[in-house]
Design a protein around this ligand. Sequence first.
Ligand code: IPM
Ligand code: MG
Length: 361
Amino acid sequence: MSKTILILPGDGIGPEIIAEAVKVIACLRDDFGLAVETQEALVGGCAYDATGSPLPEDTLNQAKAADAVLLGAVGGPKWEPLPIAVRPEKGLLGLRAGLGLFANLRPALLYPQLAAASTLKPEVVAGLDLMIIRELTGGIYFGQPRGVETLDSGERRGFNTLVYSESEIERICRVAFDIAMQRNKRVCSVDKANVLEATELWREVAIKVGQDYPEVSLSHMYVDNAAMQLVRAPKQFDVMVTTNMFGDILSDCAAMLTGSIGMLPSAALNASGQGMYEPIHGSAPDIAGQGVANPLATILSVAMMLRYSLGAPEQAERLEQAVESVLDQGLRSADLASPGTKTVGTAAMGDAVVAALRASG
Ligand code: IPM
Ligand code: MG
């Protein structure tokens, strides 16, 4: 039976990079028998412009009904003056909450072909392969109360709430341990247990869950140290598990170790394996519309989708190999350009991946 993918191009470079991912999906369908259908809908700033909401009800309903969602990116300067409640980012957060996508998988993998593109010394990053598991539907991003209030003195005060229940911590830790079992069996739980009670509880629950995984070694790190260790000696990590906000920050940091944030895919999964897949880089309004954005993070997000939501791991592998072969050919988008390589635009990069896929058949 054919599976449904909801495509949400979004804003900024979103439509350009998604167009390349759609070419790849079409190739897998037409040439390799992948049984999928695609639909498209609006989210983010473009949805706000068209409907007054960054997450129209139709979009949320289509997302709920789909087997997987592929998202480009949302946001841009045009919508920054809007109230937070209708900003493009709310569309993304609404999808995460509405679909219950609590587990965010953010791999940081250094392709050997790109070792020179990292700002870190090659020996620090060569062979890097770590997975950040970020809690995605709780913590300070969603905690109540939140807002900005005006005090009697007339001064304004802004506040947000960091809150985690035991069950929320437990389920994300289980995801991390399960994934560690498929990898190098090491989990580092990142918290700020020396200062924040909510993350003291996080550490306690992580230890408890770890007792069910005797083969996995569990360590703990404060988030400030974790940020430092990520740039000092990133290869010490296998799986890192952390809160929504810490994961947001650490995953950008980990991304840069790999040479470009333009290479990193992500998956956000719910309890039933339904997922939303997106590049982690965002809408990059500064280069939108120029045809220079790197589509590989989006294409690699399709690979994660094949693996985690569409039950097609062999197609995932085929696609990842096609990306490697394009890098082997020396093709680079502008973000990865280095001496001796050939700089290509967004569409040419997508076409090259499709050509490599076809050649593998
Ligand atoms: C991310 C992004 C989002 C987040 C923004 C766009 C809301 O930075 O996915 O990392 O903070 O979660
Ligand atoms: Mg982020």
